[in-house]
Design a protein around this ligand. Structure first.
Ligand code: GTP
Ligand code: MG
Length: 370
């Protein structure tokens, strides 16, 4: 962060240098008026003196951003479904995702090597489907925090040889609370002790009723090992998506969510984002959590460069100022200045929140010792 001398800070606050020194002393910071204090200390002492710390020149970038987002309007068009896979430990979530990825993702030029990124999309005869490879519970926590839906459909994997287990029930609760429809993937039907009927019967006790029992939950018997039934699952997803009538605006500036992110040695900060509205293009300016930047390159899950990504499509973004957090939102803005202002203002706010929390903890420690 930016450092500032005590006298400069006093001047900005229209206070005497001595008053700031006194307050710093009370906070346990020994500094004279000519000394420099770091950003966090400056924010803290400013607040202690009853002033609000706001980043210089930032104005109210956040509301400018909001106006900007609201200004993007257009026709709603059908978009692909976004799917998350949940289920009890060892029931075959990873195997199913891997099977679909390795058999259904059209491989790029790079010798058919599919990178393992946190999300991918597949083309089926009935349309595109996007899969999020995040732990199901994390996806739901994020959704609750943001109050927005990241996932349209949950595939609940239940191993036919093991049946309904605690995390199966947990996933049903999550999906119901979030009002996200379930499709049951009854997995491992290649095994000799597989008993799909028992799974369907056990699910009745949790108000998950198969269509053949008069309910509205699609259940597909499959094997993530042999691939048997996987196409039926993809069909079931497309059918469910049709019922949900999922739509988004395709034209205009993109917005969406960060699925995962990392600092790559050669490429710098890399974020996998899910576009939710608009179209993200190479060259766009964006703000992403407390980071900002200009899209230098976009990559799909096969590692191929793409020029654009529309709603429901996950894509890797290069060109950010730093590594955003998964669950952060991103918004494309008209110019770099707005992107930078919003990102910096958010950064200041996050630090303040952390400082207040840290100060609270210290206070609790002191009280506990008294
Ligand atoms: P966690 O991530 O640990 O919760 O497990 P998971 O749900 O991702 O299960 P995973 O895909 O790792 O599969 C667990 C085990 O079951 C592995 O040994 C798989 O090879 C096996 N398995 C998964 N699907 C099938 C299947 O359809 N048939 C058979 N026979 N084995 C399967
Ligand atoms: Mg797994």
């Amino acid at each position: 962060g930016d450092a500032i001398t005590v006298s400069d800070l006093a001047q900005k606050l229209a206070l005497k240098g001595g008053d700031v020194v006194k307050q710093l002393f009370k906070m346990g910071v020994m500094a004279t008026i000519t000394q420099t204090i770091d950003h966090d200390t400056a924010v803290l002492v400013t607040e202690e003196l009853g002033h609000k710390a706001v980043h210089a020149d930032a104005g109210d970038a956040e509301s400018e951003l909001l106006a900007h987002v609201e200004a993007v309007q257009g026709d709603q068009t059908q978009r692909p479904p976004v799917v998350t896979i949940m289920g009890h430990v060892d029931h075959g979530k990873t195997s199913l995702l891997d099977y679909i990825r390795t058999t259904k993702v059209a491989s790029g030029e790079a010798g058919g090597i599919t990178q393992h990124i946190g999300a991918y999309h597949v083309q089926t005869p009935k349309g595109t489907i996007s899969f999020l490879d995040t732990p199901g519970h994390a996806a739901f926590t994020q959704m609750r925090q943001r109050g927005a839906k990241l996932t349209d459909i949950v595939i609940l994997v239940v191993a036919a040889d093991d049946g309904v287990m605690p995390q199966t029930i947990e996933a049903i609760k999550h999906a119901k609370a979030a009002k996200v429809p379930l499709i049951i993937a009854i997995n491992k039907i290649d095994k000799s002790d597989a008993d799909p009927s028992r799974v369907k019967n056990d699910l009745l006790a949790h108000d998950v009723v198969a269509e053949e029992f008069g309910g509205d939950t699609q259940m597909v018997e499959l094997s993530a090992k042999t691939g048997l039934g996987v196409d039926d699952l993809l069909d079931a997803i497309s059918l469910q998506a049709e019922v949900l009538d999922l739509k988004a605006v395709f034209e205009g500036r993109a917005s969406g969510v960060v699925i995962e992110s990392a600092l790559d040695k050669g490429r710098g900060p890399v974020a996998t984002v899910l576009v939710q509205q608009g179209t993200l293009s190479k060259g766009d300016y964006l703000v992403c959590g407390i980071q900002y930047g200009r899209v230098r390159a976009l990559f799909d899950e096969t590692g191929s460069q793409v020029a654009q990504a529309g709603p429901s499509i996950p894509v890797q973004v290069l060109g950010l100022s730093g590594v955003p957090e998964s669950g952060d939102d991103f918004v494309v803005v008209a110019d770099e200045r707005l992107a930078k202002d919003v990102a910096q203002q958010r950064d200041v706010k996050r630090r303040e929140t952390r400082l207040v929390a840290a100060a609270g903890n210290r206070m609790e420690d002191i009280m506990a010792q008294m």
